[in-house]
Design a protein around this ligand. Structure first.
Ligand code: C5P
Length: 226
């Protein structure tokens, strides 16, 4: 089952509520990230769940395995439907994250960030002293995520076919309508093309949140992606 996730990159609850009002009675998947989470706290997630929204909690955990496990136990109790961690934390950290999540009673999908799109090959080689290519590390991190028992990864829609072959779900940002502006995104796909490539979830921010009519933009996205 494919889903459109709206990236709620808002500074606080007031901005988020104003946006949600434009969606009429729709209760879509919302991506709640660090910015608004650190402002409003776990209560926001509980409240949105009570109102009937599905939540992708995008906090990208990355620490020693035990700390991540304990943190995940707390996050799991909030009721989120998808939660993510950094694959760079290693297989044991990912396994512990999953254990923490299950111990909380949550059945959320646990997904991994492979390489951030802000990391270039130059940064990888010259700052982080990793000699493999971005592509090789993305593939290896995805295999590690699979081996740790995770459900999927965040990746570009263009990488969805490889991720599918590894046996993972793909959650893909970088989505634009064929007639929309790319803004700062580089490797982009339309909702329809993301579907063809095998994305399971698309994460769409500005194409919906900054649209003249967010409701129409959301419905268009759902239509093109289903
Ligand atoms: O506005 P836009 O559709 O570009 O927003 C995409 C969302 O996905 C943002 O919240 C952005 O931080 C997130 N994201 C991304 N690329 C990644 C990972 C996350 O654009 N590789």
């Amino acid at each position: 089952m494919r889903h459109v996730i709206i990236a709620c990159d808002f500074k606080d609850k007031q901005e988020l509520d104003t946006f949600l009002e434009t969606l009429q009675n729709e209760k879509p998947y919302l991506k709640i990230g660090m910015e608004i989470f650190y402002k409003e706290g776990p209560q926001l997630v509980k409240e949105l769940k009570r109102k009937g929204y599905k939540i992708f909690l995008d906090l990208k955990l990355h620490d020693i395995p035990t700390t991540v496990k304990k943190a995940m136990k707390n996050l799991g109790s909030l009721g989120a439907d998808i939660i993510n961690i950094h694959a760079a934390g290693g297989i044991k950290m990912m396994q512990y994250a999953k254990e923490g999540l299950r111990e909380s009673g949550s059945s959320a999908l646990l997904i991994a960030v492979t390489q951030l799109t802000s990391i270039s090959e130059e940064i990888l080689h010259n700052e982080l002293l990793i000699s493999s290519s971005i592509e090789e590390t993305v593939k290896q991190y995805a295999i590690n995520a699979k081996n740790a028992g995770l459900d999927g990864v965040v990746c570009s829609p263009l990488e969805a076919p490889i991720i599918k072959r590894i046996g993972l779900l793909s959650v893909t940002p970088g989505i634009r309508f064929s007639d929309g502006a790319a803004n700062d995104q580089v490797r982009i796909a339309t909702p329809e093309y993301a579907k063809e490539l095998g994305s399971d979830f698309i994460v769409v921010g500005r194409s919906i949140t900054q649209a003249e009519n967010p409701y129409e933009a959301y419905k268009r996205c759902v239509k093109e992606f289903s």
